[in-house]
Design a binder for this molecule. Structure first.
Ligand code: AVJ
Length: 323
């Protein structure tokens, strides 16, 4: 017997196209140009990201899984949650570990995955509904920067934000996000945050510039999304993948570099965008953290940090916090 699956779509109809259009218009008018990383994740982009998580250079996914394998039960016990809310849930590879732990405790009732990619979200929702008998799956297609106040407030919740995705937010946006999230939580709710830690720049850059070129394809995918949704005519192959580590700001930046001068039409925005040869636009920031700084950011947003779990190599950390 299949458990109930509910799909709530905050990015349906014209919403996605409008939000993308606003971001592209703002980003293409800026100097340097930029695009927000959330638009990597259509179905193809989600698949490419899954492939990234299996690359030898991309250590964060493996480290986080190792931490969860070891500590998911402790997290489940401390949270006491009956509802898992997962921001940026993707294909849900690590979700299983949390759901298994919560279900072993006998408290699990509901899973609320939240993701911008409706296809991947629907697949994951159905998969989890058939795997866990009696689990209510409430899948929410939404942008966690825009739609936090719309998340359901039922149950005692463990909100998980894994993979280091918090690093996609620059410090100012992170502060806003953490405060907003804190405001949506109730006494008894817990927050589990995964963050990639500062380390040797060589390893960091390799993780974002893999030998097989999967990250390069992922990076260029944002141009395909814009072509499809806004009728633009970017030539993805005319842009080179760039990954660099900014040592001062302690973040990875991914960029797309125009290999020659170009003018690109974006009909839905009634816009032509010019690129000089060699011009770079920023497509992602992936911030790397230090434990002290992360704790401070959480405390500053009104969280109480209960525990942190770091893998033996010190590459990655999960922080469990309460309101
Ligand atoms: C999904 C945001 C955690 O920043 O490491 C992987 C995305 N970008 N390779 C990250 C990503 C390039 C990833 N997050």
């Amino acid at each position: 017997s299949q458990s109930p699956v509910q799909l709530i779509d905050h990015l349906g109809g014209e919403h996605l196209r409008e939000a993308l259009g606003r971001d592209v218009r703002a980003g293409m008018a800026a100097t340097p140009k930029w695009l927000p990383p959330k638009w990597f994740y259509d179905e193809a982009g989600s698949d490419l990201f899954s492939r990234i998580t299996r690359l030898p250079e991309y250590y964060p996914a493996r480290r986080e899984l190792a931490i969860l394998r070891r500590h998911a039960l402790d997290i489940a016990v401390r949270s006491g949650a009956d509802t898992l809310v997962e921001l940026g849930s993707g294909t849900g590879e690590k979700t299983v570990l949390l759901l298994d732990a919560l279900s072993a405790r006998g408290t699990l009732r509901a899973y609320t995955p939240v993701d911008v990619d409706a296809v991947t979200l629907g697949d994951a929702a159905r998969r989890f509904a058939s795997r866990y008998r009696g689990l209510t799956v409430r899948a929410i297609c939404a942008d966690f920067e825009a739609h936090l106040p719309l998340l359901p407030r039922t149950g005692r919740r463990l909100v998980a934000f894994l993979g280091g995705t918090v690093g996609n937010l620059v410090p100012q946006a992170r502060e806003v996000f953490l405060k907003e999230l804190r405001a949506t939580l109730c006494p008894g709710d817990t927050f589990l945050l995964g963050a990639d830690l500062v380390k040797d720049p060589g390893r960091l850059v390799a993780a974002y510039d893999d030998a097989a070129g999967v990250t390069a394809a992922f990076n260029r995918n944002v141009l395909r999304v814009i072509n499809r949704e806004l009728g633009a005519r970017f030539e993805p192959e005319a842009f080179e993948h760039v990954a660099l580590y900014d040592e001062r700001r302690e973040w990875i930046e991914m960029r797309l570099r125009a290999s020659r001068a170009m003018r690109v039409p974006i009909p839905a925005l009634d816009l032509w965008v010019s690129f000089a040869a060699g011009e770079e636009m920023r497509t992602e920031v992936s911030a790397k953290f230090r434990l002290g700084g992360l704790r401070r950011e959480l405390m500053n947003a009104g969280f109480r940090v209960e525990r942190h779990y770091t893998d033996p190599t010190g590459d990655f950390t999960l922080v469990l916090a309460r309101v």
